[in-house]
Design a binder for this molecule. Structure first.
Ligand code: ATP
Length: 293
């Protein structure tokens, strides 16, 4: 197979708690991650050698800094493949949003390139390879709804995927992930003697009612200092919906609606606000990567 087109789905975290800070500076987390239908489109074309990238968004690097480049290099190396790949990325997942856009592209490259090479690696091997590049990549490879542990790369429990109507919106302001962690380190004393919350209410709601009661994201504590207008957006969305929450370390916010009509009405209201840089209605997805053709 010489060419493959894949959808790379974004993620939200209906629950995100930091459980500890490791000696190497990484934070261990307890999080429920969920794939949503907002996606990039990744087209892979086999070449005679090397890795090249094109993207339709100027802020996305097209060299070895791109997550898609890094995973392709590791996969080709792992299976001793001498031919190369061209990766074209149509970016629809907002960047620096906490929706795992780069990780989703990386997962699509792993799944797609592995398929083109005759599937030399199994899913667990692809996830291990992805984890060596970024902690969210294994989730994006598996997709659906998963409670994760470690630094986000470990599966603690695979959950059913509730069918939900979700609105995602983002203000123009962004937060760098290191700045967000650093703000929380100051606030919680490097998480020494910290008592983490557990996702008990959310897990019960997902398993029994198929909804998302019990939303929680510790990164919301950093919004006052780092992104005050995102906090206002979250409060506005919370009033319009069943519940709203920051995506990952920010700054997109998602809101859960009972039906598509209410979600679309909220989208129309938000589109009138010029300070909002992204607004989209989506649904939950049972997978993180989908082969289109
Ligand atoms: P996360 O939830 O993983 O923290 P994020 O929304 O904060 O996601 P991304 O949009 O994935 O962050 O990317 C953040 C930065 O990573 C970008 O500013 C960009 O420079 C770099 N990057 C590397 N590869 C990609 C990619 N394929 N797509 C987008 N950004 C990428």
């Amino acid at each position: 197979m010489e060419k493959l087109v894949l959808n790379a789905y974004a993620k939200i975290n209906p629950f995100l708690e930091i459980t500890s800070k490791r000696l190497d500076g990484y934070h261990e987390i307890d999080s429920v991650m969920m794939s949503v239908s907002i996606h990039d489109t990744v087209t892979l074309t086999r070449t005679d050698g090397g890795i090249t990238i094109t993207a339709d968004t100027p802020s996305v690097p097209t060299d070895s800094r791109n997550i898609a480049y890094k995973v392709a290099a590791r996969l080709l190396d792992a299976v001793n493949e001498t031919r190369g790949v061209h990766i074209d990325i149509k970016k629809r997942i907002p960047t620096e949003a906490g929706m795992g856009g780069g990780s989703a592209d990386g997962a699509a490259v792993l799944v797609g390139l592995n398929k083109m090479l005759g599937e030399p690696l199994c899913v667990d091997e692809l996830c291990a390879l992805g984890a060596s590049v970024g902690a969210d990549i294994p989730f994006c490879v598996r997709g659906g709804c998963i409670r994760v542990g470690g630094i986000g790369e470990k599966v603690a429990e695979t959950l059913p995927v509730p069918k939900l109507h979700i609105l995602v919106a983002k203000m123009g302001e962004g937060i760098s992930t290191p700045a967000a962690y650093s703000a929380l380190d100051s606030l919680y004393g490097d998480f020494v003697a910290y008592s983490p919350k557990a996702p008990t209410e959310l897990l019960c709601a997902i398993r029994n009612e198929g909804n998302l009661d019990g939303l929680y994201n510790i990164f919301e504590q950093a919004l006052d200092a780092l992104a005050p207008s995102t906090k206002m957006l979250k409060n506005r969305l919370a009033r319009l919906s069943r519940g709203a929450l920051l995506c990952g370390s920010g700054t997109a916010v998602f809101a859960v609606f009972d039906n598509e009509r209410d979600a679309l009405a909220a989208k129309t209201a938000l589109q009138k606000d010029s300070a909002i840089s992204f607004v989209e209605v989506c649904t939950t997805m049972p997978f993180g990567v989908e082969i289109i053709n």
